[in-house]
Design a protein. Sequence first.
Length: 385
Amino acid sequence: MSQPAQTPQTPASPADNTPITPLRSFLENWGWFATAGVTLLMLYFLGPIMTPFVVGAVLSYLGNPVCDRLVHHRVPRALAVGIVFLVFFAVLVTALVLVVPMLQEQIVQLAQNIPDWLKWVQDVGLPKLHIRLPAGVRLDAAGLRNALTQNWSQAGDLATTVLSRIGQSTPALLGFAADLLLIPIVTFYLMRDWEDLLQRIDQLIPPRLRGQTEEFAREIDSVLSALIRGQLLVMAALAFIYSFGLWLTGLKVALLIGLIAGLVSFIPYLGFATGFLLAIVTTLVQDQELFPLVWVAIVFGIGIVLENAVLTPMLVGNRIGLHPVAVIFALLAGGQLLGFSGVLVALPVAAIVAVGARHARKRWLRSPLYWGRGAPDADLDPPSP
């Protein structure tokens, strides 16, 4: 019985059986890596003009869920964006109408109290620190006037220098005004086309990676939502707590100090430390007694307890996973690399990096390099280290 004829098989080329290594992948796609590197380099050099775009992107991200709900109720996208802008503008104007007059009154009162504060520093504060002013130097109005008269030529030179510096800073002021005008324009167009931009980005993701990328993006969105929206609410709540508490203690500039403490509270403990220090100095100068400091300490003690035990867990949650030292490093690194724009995006970028680090840790704890030959099933959760 004859053997059936066997169809000759063409041997696979060596290139087809070559495993895909990181080096091979890089060599085959070096153009894409170069494009990504050039893009990052351009963003670095364009940092000074990125502020309105970064702020616009953040505002668009915050307002997009509201626009989506309006669109879900059959409101046109452009009209939904207009409604969000109108509500935001109304809230901003209301806040300015309520807060600015009170701030103006407290700033004027602060300026009026400066002579009394200087007198207290001269007669009480410096002697307690065993510091003596030079002979003939006084910190009251008459002393400052005499010092100005005796050094009139130097004061004239100083005034000339200050005016020249103001003239040199005019382009920076104009740039700041231009940024303020660009922010609402950028925000409007980004919010209007937000879904289209996401779809275009989604089309660029390779199909084999789309499932993992969408899971990663959902986790990033959850973290950023908790971080940005929650942190803004924490800052507002702390500003109210510190302002109201200091007002109860009788501090004349309670609102000013409370707002400062609330605004800088996005850095862990910096808002508490800044507000506490300002409140101590102001209370000492205003009352010139030690007992009112007890009430100031109680106010800031309640504030820091509420921040750590109630506000941050409830409004931000523990999903971010950023250590306070990592937050401080991210803010300093963002400011060093991109200036003010870098400070704005430092925490969101750090949160995204933290999500990526958690995913990388899971892959590392499942990798053959970690386990050797006995790597566990990829579907199993990694063991605790």
